[in-house]
Design a protein around this ligand. Structure first.
Ligand code: UDP
Ligand code: MG
Length: 311
């Protein structure tokens, strides 16, 4: 049994059809499956549509979060209750081509891969700006964490054992793509073409993407703290040189023109301190989040039988 896990946020207009399309395709291929749809606090008719699906289809289970917690949290909620022998995570807007699922299942069943991850062969229709930003982010992520998520996507198949391993990780600030690479296991990278959206617009805003980028880097590495350290060392060497120069000027009675140097120094040191403090602050806020140990999401209601017994 394979669980198809989809996060749903304001996809009311087409979610019903999209699920039916995937359902019919898998039925035709003879893949035993069930759906687990997580409504991430949608404000449109998504929940009503999910209920309609659960009524019409035996194999559809649905979860509703109490508000919009974000895609990562929705995936967490789904993974924690998914009961299949494998879980396939995919977007509900069909940008992840369902025709590739049979191949994923085959790689898992017959070739024994624990993780089959979709790799974007081409990033689909995206502006130059967002392509550049994605490239910059992945580079930084790889350099600082040593985990190569490259052109990774959230389209993947996870074996039961991987899901169980992931559930044992206690942290709150996760980055799904990074984490599934971090757990290791036998992985297979399957290229796919990103399809255009089935309708509507992307749910990401610049702000939510920035937050995801900062979160995912700080969740995996303390490298920015080391950058600050080296910045401090360089500033220190500069300060020593400036001190010698200033002392020389002072003793040779030409102190006045040095005024501009002082201003420059003030600015440089000021900015270095600001950056350092903000980075340290980021990590402290991470610790604060973890220490609070608040749940990543709250479930408002649940229907269906795709759930694993928790206790
Ligand atoms: N999504 C979600 N919560 C959010 C934003 C998005 O569950 O706060 C879901 C959305 O319904 C879709 C998937 O995450 O199934 C990917 O979202 P979207 O298509 O907007 O992102 P993009 O494809 O542009 O990266
Ligand atoms: Mg999409």
């Amino acid at each position: 049994m394979v669980t198809i896990l989809m996060p749903v946020y304001n996809e009311g207009d087409y979610i019903y059809n999209n699920v039916i399309i995937v359902d019919q395709l898998l039925e035709k291929e003879g893949i035993e499956h069930q759906f687990l749809l997580v409504d991430d606090g949608s404000r449109d008719k998504s929940w009503a549509e999910l209920c309609r699906l659960a009524n019409d289809r035996q194999n559809v289970s649905i979860i509703r979060l109490s508000r919009n917690f974000g895609k990562e949290a929705a995936l967490c909620a789904g993974l924690e209750s998914a009961s299949g022998d494998a879980v396939i995570v995919m977007d509900s807007d069909l940008q992840h081509p369902p025709e590739r699922i049979p191949e994923m299942v085959r790689l898992w069943r017959e070739e024994g891969y624990d993780v089959v991850e979709g790799i974007k062969a081409d990033r689909g229709r995206e502006s130059f700006g967002s392509k550049l930003a994605a490239l910059l982010f992945y580079r930084t992520f790889q350099r600082t964490t040593g985990i190569d998520i490259g052109i990774a996507s959230d389209f993947k198949l996870l074996d039961r054992s991987v899901v169980e391993a992931w559930k044992k990780l206690p942290e709150k600030n996760t980055f799904f793509r990074g984490l599934s690479a971090w757990v290791g296991y036998k992985r297979y990278a399957m290229p796919f073409e990103v399809a255009p959206r089935a309708g509507g617009n992307t749910k990401w805003t610049l702000r939510s993407l920035m937050r995801l980028a900062v979160n995912s880097i700080t969740a995996y590495t303390a490298a920015p703290l080391f950058i600050v350290f080296w910045l401090g060392v360089i500033m220190g060497i500069g300060a020593v040189i400036m001190t010698i120069q200033t002392l020389y000027n002072f003793f040779s009675n030409q102190a006045d023109p040095g005024f501009s140097t002082v201003i420059l120094l003030q600015l440089f040191i000021g900015s270095a301190i600001m950056i350092s403090l903000s980075i340290i602050g980021l990590y402290i806020s991470k610790i604060y989040d973890e220490v609070k140990a608040r749940p990543r999401y709250l479930i408002k209601s649940k229907r269906g039988k795709a759930f694993i017994d928790k206790d």
